[in-house]
Design a binder for this molecule. Structure first.
Ligand code: TYM
Length: 335
């Protein structure tokens, strides 16, 4: 049904990939690569809004590429590339910016959130972040974009910018990209610190990285936020504990989750046991990936070869789109 559709998605190189990135995005990438025309990239431009240290950024780009491969992305099946290797994306971003308005950009939730949390660094890149993301998606004329729930509004913006371009320049260059997940809905993986989603912005203890060692996973789980325990049978579950149940649902046997839910309902639960069990199940779940990441990261020649191959493949598709976009706008050589 969706056979042969074009798929685009990316991840910012902000360090190591975590379980939220894996379950919200990468797991879908791996499945989609078998039946779709896929482009998966490392969004290094997007990570510049927070002014990373250049050496860290350089290392993180390699890290994400190694992690993509370790998770099972096959460079023969999907095109894996680095965002800054495609100047066509930057050009499309410039063109789209001419029809992106202050008012709509200022209303984007992620912008408002960043403006609140980093009041000293509300830069123009942050404001136009959704335009760059639209350029990433539209440069390959994507139909589907596998992402977590937190990216839903950005996808809406990508559709707005694509449709607007089509309308103004009377073209049908850009299809309407849809956010995608193999499950019924886009997902949000919870973190360990009792808040909303798993994200590094709430500290390292909030996330389980794919490359975390068993000791790190046990330590993080031991610090996970819970509560003082149920006092009466069938009492309401607090967010922190519900988050642990949700993670257990994803990585443990269903009988294990049932056991702890029952223990919660009859007030016999010991959170220490819940955390230990979840830590062990996470360790088992992630160990095949962890071992592969370490091996791939050591192979610089292999990583370089993949990045070069991806760059060349991605450029073919991006060239077609940017040539058509330029010509629709009236930027054509007359000499
Ligand atoms: P980023 O780097 O924050 O996250 C990468 C992907 O991981 C998903 N994700 C989650 N999913 C579920 N639960 C979580 N706790 C969780 N945390 C992260 C994100 O939804 C995302 O799919 N702007 C994007 C990167 C980007 C992009 C694009 C994505 C740039 N251009 C074009 C798609 C298409 C971002 O910052 O994702």
């Amino acid at each position: 049904m969706s056979q042969g559709k074009t798929v685009v998605s990316g991840i910012r190189p902000t360090g190591k990939l975590h379980l939220g990135n894996y379950l919200g995005a990468v797991q879908n990438f791996i499945q989609m690569q078998h039946s779709h025309n896929c482009y998966f990239f490392i969004a290094d431009y997007h990570s510049l809004t927070t002014h990373p240290n250049p050496a860290d950024l350089h290392q993180s780009v390699k890290q994400v590429l190694a992690e993509y491969l370790a998770c099972g992305l096959d460079p023969e099946k999907s095109t894996l590339y680095i965002q800054s290797d495609l100047p066509q994306t930057a050009e499309l971003y410039l063109l789209l910016n001419m029809h992106a308005y202050m008012g709509e950009l200022e209303r984007v939730s992620s912008f408002k959130e960043k403006a609140r949390t980093q009041p000293n660094n509300i830069n123009a890149g942050l404001l136009t972040y959704p335009v760059l993301m639209a350029a990433d998606i539209l440069i390959h004329a994507a139909d589907l974009v596998p992402v977590g729930k937190d990216q839903e509004q950005h996808l809406e913006m990508a559709r707005t910018f694509g449709n607007r371009f089509n309308r103004i320049y009377q073209t049908n260059l850009f299809p309407e990209p849809q956010a995608f997940n193999y499950g019924k809905e886009l997902i949000k993986i919870p973190g360990l610190q009792g808040g909303g989603k798993m994200s590094k912005s709430d500290g390292e203890n909030n996330v389980i990285n794919l490359i975390d060692s068993p000791e790190e996973i046990r330590k993080k789980l031991s610090r996970a936020v819970t509560d003082s325990g149920p006092q009466v049978p069938n009492s309401e579950v607090s967010t922190g504990v519900q988050n642990l149940f949700d993670l257990m649902h994803l990585v443990s046997q269903s009988s294990t989750l049932e056991h702890f839910k029952q223990a919660y309902a009859d007030c016999s639960i010991r959170y220490g046991d819940l955390k230990k069990q979840l830590a062990e199940d996470l360790i088992i779940y992630l160990s095949p990936i962890r071992e592969k990441i370490t091996a791939i990261l050591e192979d610089d020649a292999y990583l370089s070869k993949i990045a070069q191959m991806g760059k060349d493949k991605a450029a073919e598709s991006a060239d077609k789109t940017i040539t058509a976009a330029r010509s629709a706008i009236g930027i054509q050589r007359f000499y």
